[in-house]
Design a protein. Structure first.
Length: 320
């Protein structure tokens, strides 16, 4: 590490005057990254470079599916802007193989992720979809079944940074959105204690977001305490093993799919949402728990189809 490297951390008053104006101009010109649903985007400040956004949920309640939704929706925006050759969404996974995660992005209404898992999807359809997918700028960093047996580095935050730098150098593609699945699985070199590691990880991911210059969305496992409540939406204190997730994140959202924990066909009332909600496969409760610099608590009952990565306002989908 040279003296010049440390100099980049110092911002003089004169430099800040210029950097601040340039930062404000970039925000003015760039709409940022949104949910793409008017009911939510009305209250949530768009995600900006350097932000850490955490999505807390119990297993099976939509963390991975919602991250995949963000990846695919923003990839569409990159294509629409004509930037697919130089910009990309980067999805980093510890939980699944690259091929298994790819199934989320291949599902487009012709077959579901479950169809592929069961081996029921038509192979000719899969091949056609794979050809189309090759032009969609979603890059995956993770282990691949097709590369089993090849020696690879452990996926620490430092290794992820090196992989992204390699991606930029070899392919001239810059990440504009990073997704991490999920927080508690991210290893840190030389730290074995789980609580210490999870305490350190949000700080490392936030540093990555700042260094690379794009938002980072991270899935976070919620503790089992959530399962014992009547309203099973995770809160800020439910991020398993570490309060630093709450402290470091710029925005935090809690997810609950009532179909996982309640009886299908029943109804429930959710604090902060109007009326009663029918419990079915597509009902997703989203609660904003924190938003830096703005009011941070708002709840939405949404229509979410995990297999096809579709998110919409519940009223619009179910309106007679």
């Amino acid at each position: 590490m040279t003296r010049d490297n440390f100099r980049t951390l110092i911002h003089t008053p004169a430099e800040l005057a210029t950097e601040y104006v340039a930062w404000a101009e970039r925000i003015k010109a760039d709409p940022g990254i949104q949910f793409g649903v008017q009911a939510i985007d009305k209250y949530v400040i768009p995600m900006r470079p350097g932000e850490l956004v955490s999505i807390i949920a119990r297993p099976g309640h939509g963390k991975t599916s919602l991250l995949a939704y963000f990846a695919r929706e923003h990839a569409k925006r990159i294509i629409a802007a004509g930037n697919a050759e130089r910009e990309a969404v980067v999805y980093v996974t510890w939980e699944q193989s690259a091929e298994e995660l790819e199934a989320f992005f291949q599902a487009d209404g012709q077959h579901s992720i479950s169809d592929i898992a069961w081996g029921h999807a038509d192979m000719e359809t899969i091949k056609r979809q794979a050809m189309k997918r090759a032009s969609v700028p979603i890059w995956i960093i993770g282990h691949g079944i097709g590369r089993a047996g090849i020696r690879v580095p452990r996926m620490t935050p430092d290794a992820i940074l090196a992989a992204i730098e390699t991606m930029e150098e070899d392919f001239h593609v810059k990440p504009v959105l990073m997704l991490f699945d999920y927080m508690q699985l991210i290893p840190v070199a030389n730290i074995q204690d789980r609580v210490q590691r999870v305490t350190e990880v949000p700080i490392r991911v936030k540093e990555l977001a700042l260094r690379i210059g794009c938002p980072a969305l991270v899935g976070v496992q919620a503790s089992r305490d959530v399962d014992r409540r009547q309203e099973k939406i995770p809160g800020l204190a439910d991020a398993q093993w570490a309060s630093s997730i709450e402290q470091t994140s710029d925005k935090v959202f809690g997810l609950w799919r009532p179909i996982i924990t309640e009886e299908a066909g029943g109804t429930l009332s959710i604090e902060g949402t109007p009326g009663m909600h029918t419990i079915d496969e597509q009902l997703l409760i989203v609660r904003m728990l924190k938003q830096r610099g703005e009011r941070g608590r708002k709840t939405w009952a949404m229509y979410f189809h995990p297999a096809y990565l579709k998110l919409a306002e519940l009223e619009r989908i179910r309106r007679p």
